[in-house]
Design a protein around this ligand. Structure first.
Ligand code: AMP
Length: 138
């Protein structure tokens, strides 16, 4: 399978589509998942083009992981989550729906079941507040 440069995250990275941005640098874009599985579900999208983990440049992976950790820490502070799940899907049978590498950081709240993967759309105003709070905790 090859990389499709017109995938939705590539378009967001190019600024052709909007997002609730938390943070951006030369390595990655961090944004809110608009169909969150829990309050604060955040995506880290490396700028280096790859479909997923399988075809990623190891150097790009090494560059992005410290940011994944930073976002996880900020997310815990900003949301008060009891735990966090780090998730990354590879190919459609495994649940991947957008074919540009990304990492999900999903807050876990005691006693609250996770919503469905890519389930229902969150309120934009709420996502905007969360993006600001997480950015402030970075
Ligand atoms: P995956 O199954 O790992 O490819 O997950 C793709 C994720 O992107 C899902 O959790 C979707 O809810 C999320 N998603 C899809 N479109 C958008 C979008 N335009 N902005 C933010 N998140 C999105």
């Amino acid at each position: 399978m090859s990389y499709d440069p017109d995938n939705i995250f590539a378009k967001i990275l190019k600024g052709e589509l909007p997002c609730h941005k938390v943070y951006e640098d030369e390595i990655a874009l961090v944004m809110m998942d608009i169909f969150p599985q829990s309050r604060g579900h955040t995506l880290i999208i490396p700028k280096a083009a790859s479909r997923n983990l399988l075809d990623a440049d190891p150097a790009a992976l090494a560059a992005v992981m410290p940011l994944v950790q930073r976002v996880a820490r900020a997310l815990k502070t900003a949301t008060g989550a009891d735990g966090l799940r780090l998730v990354q899907f590879n190919e459609a049978p495994a649940g991947q729906t957008v074919f540009h590498l990304h990492f999900h950081v999903i807050p876990i709240y005691d006693g609250v079941p996770l919503g469905a993967h890519a389930g229902s759309k969150a309120d934009d105003a709420e996502l905007a507040v969360l993006a600001k709070d997480i950015a402030a905790a970075l």
